[in-house]
Design a protein around this ligand. Sequence first.
Ligand code: IFM
Length: 491
Amino acid sequence: MSTTTTPATATAAPRTFPTDFLWGTATAAYQIEGAAREGGRGPSIWDTYSHTPGRTQDGDTGDVACDHYHRWAEDVDHLARLGVGAYRLSISWPRVQPGGRGPLNPEGVAFYRRLLDTLRERGIRPFVTLYHWDLPQELEDAGGWANRDTALAFAEYARLMAGELGERVEMWTTLNEPWCSAYLGYGSGVHAPGRTEPEAALAAVHHLNLAHGLAVQAIRSVLPGAQTSITLNLHVIRPADPASEADADAVRKIDALANRAFLSPLLDGEYPQDLLDDTAHVTDWSFVRDGDLAEIRQPLDVLGINYYSTTKVRKFSGEGRPEQADGHKTTDASPWIGVTDVEFLRQPGPYTEMGWNIEPAGLTDLLLDVARRYPDVPLAVTENGAAFADEVTVDTAGRRRVHDERRVRYLRDHVEALGAARDAGADVRGYFAWSLMDNFEWSYGYSKRFGIIHVDYPTGERTWKDSAHWYARLAATGTLPEESEVEPVHA
Ligand code: IFM
């Protein structure tokens, strides 16, 4: 232990980031747009799922959401006032190609063209995700992601979008969190399309990976200089007992399904042998055809990483199935396909409103881990943020305020953790706060607020939370503000 003492008056210099470090915010089409039956949009699996009784909290749907489809210009104004250099949005596939195949919907394409042009005019670089979970329903009716043809349809959709939107897009991100699409959509069924078919979930993993590889090639066939990426929600998995070999094996199993099922094919051109062995009783993986792995492994300009919290596991050796603490029960409908002997333990708090533990050091560990394994791949944190129960108040000057000090602290601590990973050598080039505004939080409906801007759903009114004022200071200066620096800078 060091014996050096620090003078009581010494204060550490605030952390600063280089001027080319990208500060952004993120959203997704189904979570904010609304206008579900307008402008020629077709139905998606999330329309079907959210309209099925019992699937979402309070029966909430994305029919209206934040009404961004009509309020997009106002939302771009908010982005410009925040001073962010980038905005991560997603395209609703059924809005631009209602059936998922065949002709484009000109009105849908025009909507995104206008939005991207306006972002560009305001100096905001668009990071565009092609798939943030809203699969056209017609494709699901034909088998969804369990069907290889969906990957081919996705590549064609990507090619068409590259042609229509071209240079407006700064970064093309193929998929957001394929872990959720595959395991929550087809394994546990807590996301659309709500299927609980273990083999289909693993087929979906492969077809999503294939969709990514084919789409990157399709985009580059139209735009040879295009920048491409994928965003993964990689899991930070801790063993209950760091000295236990059995717990280390539990970590290995979950890491294979959660992380290496995507990283290995995308960046190494193979599926991990232990993943194939662990799931051999579920599938023989014959949906992986000769040549697929070469199609999947494409050079990436950036690997996007979404980070919220950490997971702790231990080997379960009791009778029957373990009780889980991660919100997923180990039943036949589990996201952890083929695994019945791993227990998920509740992490120590504090927690967000989602019940997720807050552990900024997990972000440092994750970034360093990926950077060590793939030193040549630039990284960006494409989502990070927290849901808390926010309250709108009115201050003495008559201004609407939301004092979300827990979110300010969450963001500050995680940006600091990102900085620590950079200090230790991780090539992290950007950070996107999730989310620009409160929105439809999937199965949780509107009950969880992740935004730095508050949305009053009955009126659509937007109100900057203190976290938005804080984030605007960070984006303007590149220097981490104090938690108390939340006074409005704009009139
Ligand atoms: O809201 C979601 C987002 O759509 C994907 N990543 C996690 C967020 C919070 O749950």
